[in-house]
Design a protein around this ligand. Structure first.
Ligand code: NAP
Length: 329
């Protein structure tokens, strides 16, 4: 497993991290023993960065991570494992409406209570990285929630402060990075969604902000395993994400990428991760991992040869301006 600096911060991250959404819920049936085995295997293979959130199964994902950390500590396994979690805004529109007030969605009382809950779930009294789970550009002019988080950082309750971009307006983080409000940004950047390469990634690098890349597989489309016959369980959010004609459109696009990979030695999932890692601003890519086989396949990608620049450029043509799908049809 190769490693990289986490922005300008005092932490060196594994290139591949563990995306822990699906082990919490919303992705159809998921057995906890599979999740625990996947976490242990990934950590054994050199992963030292885990990404979770309050909302991943209402704490289920965080508690599984806490269990694994306890088990490893009890077994005498040493080495820093960095856990990033997320605080959602108080109930309301997701992502927040431009008319929402930051003090209603991320008040100081709420942030302090939520931080305490995150710590309780994760079995710690200090978080390595707390990310606000979403945002609206409307709050950039007076980013009070980040002022509160900086205070919590001074109090020693949080190591680093981050933001996970709202899908419809990822570039809203640019002003926040330039303003010094965030230490890390979690962004969608993949073979279909290449817009962060326009500015966001370069600004992060210039500002020493760590970049965590989520959804490198476009929720599975960029693994190339979907076919016209693929069906998602009703409790799998992908039933909405890939609803209507979206699945066949993704399959056609994924096939076109696979065509460009012929003779390169990369499978599509390998290329999906390697292409993301080819950008020097990226600290860590966090594929979602549900089982041991996925932990092994994704961790192994780090040690494959870096993607040749010519192929990185060739794959630029698969940039797809398709709009935002997370709200469903
Ligand atoms: N707003 C936010 O902050 C936000 C939103 C989304 C995600 N995230 C974070 O980013 C992480 C990654 O995103 P994601 O999990 O949504 O999607 P993703 O990484 O694009 O896709 C992950 C899914 O692909 C499948 N998979 C994984 N490895 C594979 C492999 N080697 N070969 C074939 N299939 C494989 C698994 O699903 P199946 O086995 O079911 O096919 C897995 O759950 C999340 O876990 C979460 O930590 C954050």
């Amino acid at each position: 497993m190769q490693s990289r600096p986490f922005g300008q911060h005092d932490f060196v991250t594994s290139e591949i991290g563990f995306g822990a959404w699906a082990i919490g819920g919303s992705w159809g049936a998921q057995a906890d023993p599979d999740s625990l085995a996947a976490l242990h295997r990934a950590l054994d293979l050199g992963v030292n960065f885990l990404d979770t959130a309050a909302g991943y199964g209402n704490g289920r994902s965080e508690k599984l991570i806490a269990q694994v950390l306890r088990e490893r500590a009890a077994a005498g396994q040493k080495g820093k494992i960095f856990v990033a979690t997320k605080t959602p805004p108080a109930p309301g529109a997701w992502p927040p409406s431009p008319y929402d007030r930051a003090e209603d969605r991320y008040s100081e009382t709420y942030l302090r209570e939520n931080l305490a809950e995150r710590c309780a779930h994760l079995g710690t009294d200090r978080l390595d990285l707390l990310q606000l789970h979403t945002w609206t550009r409307a709050w950039n002019r007076d980013p009070t929630p980040f002022k509160i988080l900086r205070e919590l950082q001074r109090e020693g309750r949080i190591g680093l402060i981050g933001l996970s971009t709202p899908e419809h307006d990822q570039n809203c983080v640019i002003d926040l990075m330039r303003g010094g409000w965030v230490d890390a940004v979690q962004v969608i950047y993949n073979l279909f969604e290449q817009e962060p390469a326009a500015e966001l990634l370069d600004v992060a690098q210039a500002c020493g902000v760590a970049i965590i890349v989520r959804v490198a597989f476009d929720e599975g489309a960029l693994t190339g395993k979907f076919t016209a016959a693929t069906k998602f369980a009703p409790d799998d959010f992908r039933a909405a994400y890939f609803s209507g004609d979206r699945l066949p459109r993704c399959i056609t696009r994924a096939n076109a990428i696979q065509h460009d990979l012929i003779g390169t030695g990369y499978t599509l999932p390998q290329a999906a991760l390697k292409w993301v890692l080819a950008h020097p601003a990226v600290s860590v890519v966090i594929p979602g991992i549900r089982n041991v086989a996925q932990a092994e396949a994704n961790c192994a990608v780090s040690d494959l040869p870096a993607m040749p620049e010519k192929l990185v450029h060739r794959l630029h043509r698969h940039n797809w301006r398709r709009g935002v799908w997370y709200g469903g049809k």
